[in-house]
Design a protein around this ligand. Structure first.
Ligand code: SF4
Ligand code: SF4
Ligand code: SF4
Ligand code: FES
Length: 973
């Protein structure tokens, strides 16, 4: 129901719950709002938005509209107050807009000055200098207007709790930790503070000297120009007019393109600002559906790789032990001939296709179409096999759809967030921030089960630290305790099959038994059961700490069983959230790169296959294809003769690098599509250079099942091409007659053939619009699954019985288990982030993280060179980092490998989870030995991890302290 209000004597309809500022903005009525950012809460720290409401002055940003409200923006007292507020701000901020990098048409102070005609400035010099000690952004206290947006962003939204304003200083300023400089602070460089700063006090380094026609002038000249502007303080309307013109001119120079992050599965979207090939900055928007104003350091600052001199820019063909450059025509012709030859000689199933989890959906669809329709094999898989498949299996077994059951909003709304085997703040940092905010601001509880004490474990209300690989037993113990106490949701169980059989399967998981096999005190198991019972809405998040263990599918299943027994599906704030790793790991599976499913998880049954045969005008192979590890095995067994690998460094990411390397060295023909000369590309017969995501159009699916559009910001480097164009050229060289001119045409074909994508068309995905699949033909989508029924034949979920026995691969010699995982600064092995200078500065090398106990036992000091030898034969040598994050006889080695010999898969073996075919990466027994003494830590001392204890946590910006200062007295009562 709308509310009737008057604005400047004109009747307007308002929405209940909106603020006066929102109403005014919606109706195109301007009032300044310098401290307000749509992605934050109203801070009420500037008084520039003062208006008159029913005859009294009020702040538009925080006043809620009410029926019959009379609002005036041009009331004389209100206008005067606003001008006074702006003048006050100008004592803190020198206007030199023409040479300011922030004057791009959206500087809110610039707009306020011009629109409110405040053309006098009395700027007071400040005794602080610019801080440019960090790798990615600068803080200029001289320009800081003390609005507090950055503090609110860091404290309560990103919840990194690094910055605050010291209102006792003269003048006050933003402070990092206890007064550290940026480069030596606990700042994780998420950039959220920089994104929300309304002026040029916090700026991305990429913008400096680049954004603007005159901003490039040398620092000396710039300083003089700024001083000269300062002298013109009495009337600078002319200067402002010039700067307005200059700002408009910039808009032709700088291109803003909506894109989606290329790193993790959160799927943050933002605008990327480019000038030619230069990437000036990344700007997330309040309307970015998954992230709002949040990013992490990789999405905000990790784009140097796009212009890396290491990019491959021409097709390369092997000649003996080196590569020579070739034309596209020659390379495609050679590949097509080899494919024909191998297919004719050994049959279509002698070829295998490995998809990249960074390809677009349309590209994934074309790759599997090439395999199935052109070659005639279902040997097509993607690297979700390395991480996500167990979660998918667990969800298929129980609820029917192998994806998150809700959206990130559900995580934000939950009362209890259960996190199993997931380093949330480093692997999916933006979700990590949302979890931390739910706890800090809303009082949600966090329970963590993990072998490693990472940040979210440290913040948890309950932290359970089991023996590696025993999560299933803990969860079974918790479910049994819930059942024994009759805390199950009986009403919900009417929607669930198989309760008795399931209950029977876990009857052995008594508290005694669970305690004995997991090492977790029974009190903690009881406590977790009580927390779940006491919470109205529970979500469960899990990651590679679950899925990369033997039995990962079973653990994923029992997590889902737990949610079913307690009725935590199908309502807002509940559900299962296996956190997808790569930015499009979900999409590449959804769009058909799986050996046993057609696009959209359509079963390879007769009706489906004949539908595709009609559409593709071909006959399809009915035999399910091979998973990636089976393809590698197939090469070694002489059954696979050609591998076509798109964007995966299979040598480094598949388990057992030595064996994978041997297979790829021996395969008859290897084609690699990649941006870089990876370890896998080095073994190829032909390398095809591909475009980065910023160089092409397409869509990705994030962990929420959200389909988002990304747009081309620049042309591909050199002769690189988008994957879809390459695949099409190859298909056509093999006799297909494909004529896709744009990814949107590929999507049209997909939506015709795939019920869950029936309504997915580009026109519905413009800009920041998105669709969460399943999407009906009319465009309605499904952010929350299982509201009325589960995705099973009878609409009921299934409680899947658990079979679990303690299992270890350790032996007397190899008695240490090596754990691995992502780190904040690098994505996966670091092919892209390793080429970002600032990230390398903060995190230059792979290390072996060991516990204090182990350090003592082996007389190891920080920085000593350690040899880690695996039971499966490989070895890594890296420097030691002693930390409390690991415990006892467990070590941790990051997935990031600063050099190939330090890659974790030098250690892993060929042990697989039965149900999903995923390698048990985290079940690798090793022995360690100190090689030489070193000094210092392998991480530089200015890394945030060494400064976390120096943080100053607070809620909000402490605005009351601002108003207590004489110079800031509030301008309204
Ligand atoms: S962590 Fe650093 S970059 Fe992120 S909001 Fe806080 S101060 Fe800014
Ligand atoms: S640095 Fe922070 S307090 Fe200063 S102007 Fe920017 S957002 Fe406001
Ligand atoms: S890496 Fe993940 S959390 Fe970070 S910006 Fe990209 S999508 Fe967001
Ligand atoms: S925008 Fe309302 S007080 Fe600053």
């Amino acid at each position: 129901m709308s509310l009737k209000v008057t604005v400047n004597n004109k009747e307007i309809l308002a929405k209940p719950g909106e603020t006066v500022l929102e109403l005014l903005r919606r109706n195109g009525i301007y009032v300044p709002h310098v401290c307000y950012n749509e992605g934050l809460i109203p801070l009420e720290s500037c008084d520039t938005c003062v208006i008159s409401v029913n005859g009294r002055l009020a702040r538009a940003c925080s006043t809620l509209v009410q029926e019959n409200m009379s609002i005036s923006t041009n009331n004389e007292r209100a206008v005067k107050t606003r001008r006074q507020a702006i003048s006050r701000i100008l004592t803190y901020h020198k206007l030199y807009c023409t040479i300011c990098e922030n004057n791009n048409g959206d500087c809110q102070l610039h707009e306020a000055v011009i629109k409110e005609k405040v053309f006098h400035q009395k700027y007071k010099e400040k005794p602080y200098s610019l801080d440019d000690s960090g790798p990615f952004y600068v803080y200029d206290p001289a320009q800081c207007i003390l609005c507090g947006r950055c503090v609110e962003a860091c404290q309560d939204f990103a919840v990194n709790e690094v910055i605050w304003i010291d209102w006792n200083l003269n003048p006050p300023r933003v402070v990092w930790d206890q007064g550290n400089n940026i480069g030596n602070s606990s700042c994780v460089n998420c950039g959220t503070c920089v994104t929300v700063c309304p002026v040029n006090a916090l700026m991305e380094k990429g913008m400096l000297g680049e954004a603007g026609l005159f901003t490039w002038i040398n620092p000396d000249l710039k300083r003089k120009a700024i001083e000269a502007v300062g002298k013109a303080e009495d009337n600078f309307s002319l200067l402002m007019a010039i700067s307005e013109l200059e700002s408009k001119a910039r808009q032709n120079q700088i291109k803003r393109t909506k894109t989606v992050c290329t790193y993790c599965g959160v799927g943050c979207s933002f605008e990327v600002w480019t000038k030619g090939r230069k990437i000036l900055k990344v700007e997330p928007k309040p309307e970015s559906p998954a992230n709002g104003i949040l990013t992490c350091v990789k999405g905000k600052f990790g784009w140097d790789f796009v212009n890396s001199p290491d990019r491959i820019t021409k097709p390369l063909i092997r000649e003996g032990d080196h590569f020579r450059e070739a034309s596209w025509k020659e390379a495609i012709h050679l590949i097509a001939n080899k494919m024909k030859e191998i297919k004719d000689r050994y049959g279509p199933d002698s070829l295998g296709f490995i998809a990249s989890d960074k390809m677009s959906n349309e590209e994934a669809y074309l790759l599997q179409k090439l395999a199935r329709a052109v070659i005639g094999t279902n040997n097509v898989d993607n690297s979700s096999r390395y991480c996500q498949s167990p979660a998918t299996v667990g969800l298929w077994r129980t609820v029917g759809i192998g994806g998150d059951s809700g959206t990130i909003k559900d995580i934000e709304m939950a009362d209890l967030i259960l996190i199993v085997g997931h380093n949330t703040t480093e692997s999916h940092p933006v979700v990590g921030s949302k979890v931390k905010r739910a706890q800090k601001i809303r009082g949600a509880k966090i329970a963590v089960i993990d072998v490693r004490k990472h940040e979210i474990a440290d913040r948890a209300d309950l932290f359970i630290r089991p023996k590696p690989g025993t999560d299933s037993a803990i969860l079974a113990g918790v479910v049994k305790y819930i059942i024994d106490n009759d805390w199950v949701d009986r009403e919900f169980l009417k929607r669930v099959n198989n309760y008795d059989e399931f209950k029977d399967s876990i009857k052995g998981f008594t508290l005694d038994y669970v305690e004995s096999v997991t090492g977790v005190p029974r009190e903690q198991i009881v406590k977790l059961a009580e927390m779940i019972h006491g919470a109205r809405n529970v979500v469960a998040l899990w990651g590679m700490g679950v899925t990369q263990h033997l039995g990962g599918a079973d653990t994923s299943t029992i997590i889902s069983d737990l949610l079913l027994v307690t009725g935590n599906y199908g309502r807002a704030g509940t559900g299962a959230f296996p956190m997808r790793g790569h930015n499009n790991v979900q999409g590449v599976s959804d769009f058909g790169c799986l050996p046993n499913y057609m696009v959209g998880y359509q079963k390879m049954e007769e009706s489906v296959m004949s539908k595709f045969e009609d559409a593709w005008r071909t006959t399809l192979n009915r035999k399910p294809g091979l998973q990636i590890p089976q393809m590698i095995e197939g090469v070694l067994d002489g059954k696979i003769h050609m591998l076509y690998i798109v964007g995966e460094d299979t040598v480094m990411v598949d388990c057992g690098t030595p064996l994978t390397r041997k297979a790829l060295e021996n395969v008859d023909f290897l084609v690699v599509q990649d941006m870089f000369m990876t370890e896998t590309a080095k073994l190829a017969d032909v390398i095809l250079p591909v475009a980065a995501s910023l160089e092409k159009d397409g869509t990705f699916v994030n962990t929420e099942r959200r389909i988002q559009r990304f747009y081309k910001a620049m042309e591909p480097l050199g002769e690189a091409k988008p994957d879809w164009e390459i695949i099409q050229a190859l298909a056509n060289a093999l006799g297909a007659n494909w004529n896709y001119r744009h990814p949107s045409e590929i999507m049209e074909e997909i939506s015709r053939l795939t019920p869950v994508f029936a309504g997915v068309v580009y026109s519905r995905l413009e800009g920041f619009n998105s669709l969460v699949w399943p999407v009906n033909e009319d465009g309605s989508d499904t952010p929350l699954l299982y509201v009325n029924s589960f995705a099973t034949e009878d609409g009921k979920a299934t409680l899947y019985p658990l079979e679990w026995k303690p299992r270890t691969l350790k032996d007397e010699v190899h008695s240490i288990i090596v754990n691995t995982g992502r780190v904040l600064e690098h994505f996966h092995g670091g092919t892209m982030t390793g080429r970002v200078e600032g990230l390398r500065r903060k995190f230059p090398e792979t290390f072996v993280e060991i516990s204090k106990e182990m350090a003592q036992k082996y007389s190891i000091m920080n920085g000593d060179l350690i040899s880690v030898k695996s039971k499966f034969g490989g070895e890594i040598r890296a420097r030691a980092l002693i930390s409390e994050r690991v415990m006892g006889d467990e070590i941790f080695i990051p997935l990031f490998s600063s050099e190939p010999s330090k890659g974790i898969n030098n250690l892993t073996g060929q042990e697989f989870d039965r149900a999903s075919g995923t390698p048990g990466y985290k079940d690798t027994p090793v022995v360690i030995e100190k090689i030489t003494s070193g000094s210092g830590t392998p991480l530089p001392k200015d890394n945030w991890r060494f400064h976390v204890q120096e943080r100053r946590k607070q809620v909000g910006i402490e605005v009351s302290k601002k108003w207590m200062r004489e110079e800031f007295k509030p301008l309204i009562e």
